[in-house]
Design a protein around this ligand. Structure first.
Ligand SMILES: [Zn+2]
Length: 386
């Protein structure tokens, strides 16, 4: 495991962990991890997310419910060699379990009372289950606009205290910040807590092991986007360790109905501050089935810069897909035996564009299927009726 410091992404000021913002300039923090050697990138005898413990920041506890090591399957889809990474089969049916295993372990390390977070649903279920496994309390703030009914019932079943906040996700985000502090680790799954992003590094190692090499592109549904950045960081580890020579193009996908990152990306890169200004422009948010990635970033716009930075440095891009394309991708996956939530189907919808478009065509693509459809089956059956 790797020693680390928390450092401001803007001014470089370092601070101890847990911390959520730079004490000097209030920008987001990122963890600066010690470098890895090739041996650190190999699987260990650990279970779950700890199987690639050498890639992770150092914690003393190792909470697990068997997350990670998710299957990679070939998929019949157009002409490209397409694969899907089934993050939907994690213990609470989404990729967030990787982050919560690490976060719950860190909370125990620091003697904290529990986990607190804002969530549209998936993270609430994940945090609640890992808090229960670790003997921690869990508080969930969910916006009334998030329509997360079934997921919140599951979180309550795990013993979480659920509070509804009038408004949108950003309102719940602010409530979680007010609750974070000495006793409560804020595990809101944006970039608020810099530890969470690190839990996704092993996905890169798993992909290289399963494919026997580096894919040309990895397509990831993104709200704020720590999953995409974490996977990219994992590939940069493997390059630094000399195990691979290039990173895949990282492709972020948003629903057109809520696509601040795709809009900023479309404006082109003229520098960090220009992108920050683009993200701060008000964005119209429409209805979308892909609620899990509908994040307008209101009040924490600068967090989006971390995702844009990873995409740019990987040579990738950020796409937006419309609702009919998301619904069709979901049906396509269902007909091949894979039942995923609309946010996950968005990855396949974007992958279609990627495979057929001329410049930037990718030959070996991985679509990360971020969450299972079982928690909101009506979104898919509603699509089937059309
Ligand atoms: Zn700073």
């Amino acid at each position: 495991m790797r020693t680390f410091t928390a450092a401001c992404v803007r001014c470089g000021h370092t601070t101890g962990y847990p911390a959520y913002r730079c004490p000097a300039c209030a920008s987001p923090l990122a963890l600066d991890l010690a470098p890895v050697a090739a041996a650190d990138c190999r699987p260990t005898t650990g279970r779950g997310v700890w199987r690639y413990a050498g890639l992770l920041p150092r914690v003393r506890h190792a909470v697990t419910l068997g997350e990670g090591e998710t299957p990679l399957l070939p998929l019949r889809h157009g002409g490209a060699a397409t694969h899907v990474k089934l993050e939907s089969v994690n213990p609470s049916l989404s990729f967030k379990d990787r982050a919560m295993a690490l976060a719950a372990s860190a909370a125990l390390d620091h003697g904290l009372t529990g986990l607190v977070l804002a969530s549209t649903g998936n993270a609430a279920v994940s945090a609640a289950s890992y808090a229960a496994a670790a003997g921690l309390r869990c508080r969930v703030f969910c916006a009334t606009g998030s329509n997360a009914g079934n997921k919140l019932e599951t979180a309550r079943a795990h013993g979480a205290e659920v509070e509804l906040v009038a408004g949108h996700y950003s309102d719940a985000y602010a409530a979680a910040i007010r609750a974070e502090g000495q006793a409560w680790l804020n595990v809101t799954t944006t970039y608020r807590n810099p530890l969470l992003t690190e839990a996704y590094r092993p996905i890169a190692a798993e992909l290289v092991d399963d494919l026997g090499g580096v894919p040309d592109a990895v397509v990831v549904p993104v709200g704020a986007g720590p999953l995409l950045r974490g996977i990219w960081l994992g590939f940069t580890d493997l390059v630094a360790a000399g195990l691979i020579t290039s990173v895949p193009r990282m492709v972020g996908v948003q629903a057109e109905a809520c696509a601040p990152l795709a809009r900023a990306w479309g404006a082109g890169y003229r520098g960090r501050e220009e992108w920050a200004a683009s993200l701060r422009q008000p964005i119209e948010v429409g209805p979308t089935a892909a609620a899990a990635i509908a994040d307008a970033l209101r009040g924490y716009e600068d967090e989006g810069l971390l995702t844009l930075d990873a995409v740019r440095r990987s040579g990738g891009r950020i796409s937006a897909v419309d609702e009919p394309a998301i619904a069709e991708a979901g049906r396509h996956l269902a007909r091949q035996g894979l039942f995923v939530e609309p946010a996950a189907a968005a990855a396949l919808a974007a992958l279609h564009d990627l495979a057929v478009a001329g410049p930037g065509r990718a030959d070996t693509c991985v679509a990360v299927l971020t969450g299972h459809g079982a928690k909101e089956p009506s979104t898919l059956t509603a699509g089937s009726a059309r």
